[in-house]
Design a protein around this ligand. Structure first.
Ligand code: 3EB
Length: 352
């Protein structure tokens, strides 16, 4: 059986038998750590996949691919870092504008696209996806499980189309061209509007696909009527991945107050939140049909709220719903439909 040994702290420490069986552990874990810049260095070692910050500007650094900043400020500046860790040693690098970090099982990869060198957001998105998909395939991590999309002015018009719709077209073109078996293999995703420049796309990829979970309360986004976008959004509501015989991850896409294909409760934050929580419950229940012995538990949540909303309006209801112990990060962001005020995504896990 393959085992991972922990690095020795000092040469004098007794050799302890390695304890971690790779087969029994998921290939990464994610947590939120309070602390900001001071804390950052202490979090980085050979097992760090990524440390993600949230602030007013999107920032990447080719010399440090495992550290990047998403241009969405926290609702309350708590300086939370999102930390991805690997039980296996990691490698990292950058190659022609793509940052990558990987272990034997998974790869995380990002690209920051400068829209101004493309004809518009559609082409920029196509380019970003095309580059990322080619890259992960070349590395052998061809199954994109989860993807995060952040770009400015998501609700603004661009030529004759809302920018989100241009984004949907570009993404669809790249996915269609990539030859990945369609629809059933769309990654879980979110697409959120920033107030800063740059189209940031980052993804979690692995070698074999997970399974698509759709929501019984919602029409599959890839089947939405074309009035929402000339190309329906290419994402799965969630992706369930059995990492080992005992550990499962459920990557839950951005979930909002949409029932069927219609937005519900315009201008009513509390009602939108309640509807969103019901949608999440329905989605996770449907994933649990595959995990009867050990139900999925929320491990980490991310809440995107339109600028102007305050954490106090949302946090107590969310904490009551999922339990006080569920780490939740509140970010300011624009939702892809004008009438939506918030969206929630997250990672659910189950361990036998
Ligand atoms: C929705 O359900 C709300 O285009 O990648 C949620 C998650 C939404 C992902 C995407 C859009 C996306 O349609 C919006």
């Amino acid at each position: 059986m393959r085992r991972v040994s922990h690095p020795l702290k000092t040469p004098h420490e007794p050799m302890t038998p390695p304890t971690l069986c790779v087969e029994q552990a998921a290939p990464f874990s994610v947590s939120y750590v309070k602390g900001g810049r001071q804390q950052e260095k202490a979090l980085i070692d050979d097992h760090t996949l990524a440390v993600i910050r949230f602030d007013t500007e999107t920032q990447i650094d080719a010399n440090h691919p495992h550290r990047f900043t998403v241009g969405l400020p926290e609702l309350e500046g708590q300086h939370i870092l999102e930390v991805w860790r690997s039980p296996l040693p990691v490698q990292r690098g950058t190659e022609a504008g793509i940052g990558w970090i990987r272990n034997e099982i998974i790869e995380m990869a990002w690209i920051l696209v400068d829209e101004s060198v493309h004809r518009g957001l559609e082409d920029a998105t196509y380019h970003g996806y095309h580059r990322l998909l080619s890259f992960i395939r070349k590395q052998g991590y061809q199954a994109m499980l989860r993807v995060w999309n952040y770009f400015p002015n998501i609700n603004d018009p661009d030529h004759d189309l809302e920018r989100y719709k241009g984004f949907c077209r570009g993404r669809y073109r790249a996915l269609a061209q990539s030859g990945v078996p369609f629809e059933a293999n769309f990654p879980a995703a979110c697409a959120i509007g920033t107030r800063c420049s740059g189209l940031l796309i980052y993804c979690l990829a692995t070698k074999t696909p997970g399974s698509q979970i759709e929501n019984p309360r919602q029409m599959s986004a890839f089947r939405y009527p074309l009035r929402y976008s000339p190309k329906s959004p290419s994402f799965s509501r969630a992706i369930l991945k059995h990492w080992t015989t005992t550990e499962r991850h459920l990557y839950v896409s951005g979930t909002a107050s949409i029932v069927g294909h219609r937005s519900r409760h315009p201008n009513n934050v509390i009602a939108q939140l309640q509807e969103t929580l019901q949608n999440l419950d329905a989605l996770v229940s449907s994933a649990n049909n595959d995990c009867k012995d050990s139900p999925l538990q929320p491990n980490l949540l991310k809440v995107y709220a339109r600028p102007g909303l305050v954490q106090e309006e949302l946090q107590p209801t969310i904490a009551r719903h999922f339990g006080n112990q569920t780490p939740t990060l509140f970010l300011q962001g624009d939702i892809c439909r004008r009438d939506l005020l918030l969206e929630i995504e997250g990672l659910w896990v189950s361990v036998d």
